[in-house]
Design a protein around this ligand. Structure first.
Ligand code: NCD
Length: 306
């Protein structure tokens, strides 16, 4: 593995290995504290971020490495018209590894073609977000003890939600996964994912617009924000943004051991009265994001621990 652009760049064995490294990091923090000494991670964020950028930076710092970078396109030479290819070619002279977020689908892939160091896709438009998927998988594994044989509901913006696309791709590699797609008609999962991922791999799935109806069947509920920044019309966004709001009252009919995930940020789609429910996992999920990102950093830098 030279770069991590798409979750499908990884085999199931490689995913399992990265999750095992993350588990070992959680259990043995001190073993890893100086392991990236002298190494630099560049975070090139052309789009807003809180968790992804800061957890990448915290991950590298906790491994004993350093970080540099920018958090908005306006403060980089992209604002002067520099291409992603040129920016990456130059930054790869200054850093040992790059994490890039970009509003254009495919930009991190282009970056990886011009970079002399590994590139990690930290989210490209409405396309993919592989390290969020590692975060989600680690969270499910720690909650359920397995990554097979469960029913997962994806609720909200399945059209533009890149975390949904990547997680569905990853789960299609595991066995016994049933997928429930919950969205308004306008925000349905793109047909390329339905055809190339779900149908091709014979994954059992259903589509509905009612969260209430399917909630009792779910082992995992993956809530998402309606992706305002991807809408062409603000009116359309306003009409759809509150399509689903999970409340404590609605959870009455859900399973006792349901795990509620959300990549965050949350806007309105999970009411704060759910936060204290033992089924809410999203803040733990954000913590897992820091640990899990250490694993691909180590793998791509080819650093191993005994
Ligand atoms: C997600 C993203 O950027 O795609 N956030 C994240 O990385 N945790 C989800 C979102 O912005 O809604």
């Amino acid at each position: 593995m030279r770069s991590l652009i798409n979750i499908l760049d990884l085999t199931v064995e490689e995913i399992d290995e990265l999750l095992a490294v993350a588990e070992d990091i959680i259990a043995n923090r001190s073993k890893y504290s100086e392991i990236c000494h002298g190494k630099k991670l560049a975070t090139l964020f052309f789009e807003p971020s809180t968790r992804t950028r800061l957890s990448f930076e915290a991950a590298m710092m906790e491994l004993g490495g350093n970080v540099l970078g920018f958090s908005e396109a306006q403060s980089s030479s992209a604002s002067k018209g520099e291409t992603v290819a040129d920016t990456t070619r130059v930054v790869s002279c200054y850093a040992d590894i790059i994490a890039m977020r970009h509003p254009k689908e495919g930009a991190p892939l282009v970056a990886s073609m011009y970079s002399s160091v590994p590139v990690i896709n930290a989210g490209d438009g409405g396309h993919n977000h592989p390290t969020q998927t590692l975060t989600d998988l680690l969270t499910i594994k720690r909650k359920k003890g397995k990554l097979s044989d469960f029913t997962i509901g994806f609720c909200g913006d399945l059209k533009f939600g890149r975390t949904v696309h990547s997680l569905i791709q990853a789960l299609s590699r595991y066995t016994g996964i049933k997928i429930v797609l919950i969205s308004p008609d306008e925000l349905k999962l793109p047909s390329y994912i339905k055809n190339d991922v779900l149908k091709k791999n014979n994954i059992e799935y259903v589509q509905t617009d009612s969260l209430e109806k399917v909630l009792p069947d779910l082992d995992v509920l993956y809530m998402t924000r309606v992706q305002k920044e991807r809408f062409l019309s603000e009116e359309e966004y306003i009409r759809l943004r509150d399509s689903y709001i999970l409340t404590k009252a609605k959870l009455k009919n859900a399973k006792e051991d349901l795990s509620i995930l959300h990549p965050l940020p949350r806007v309105n789609e999970i009411s704060t009265d759910v936060d204290e429910d033992s089924r809410a996992c999203y803040f733990e999920q954000a913590l897992n994001g820091k640990f899990v990102r250490m694993a691909p950093i180590l793998k791509l830098l080819e650093i191993t621990v005994d």
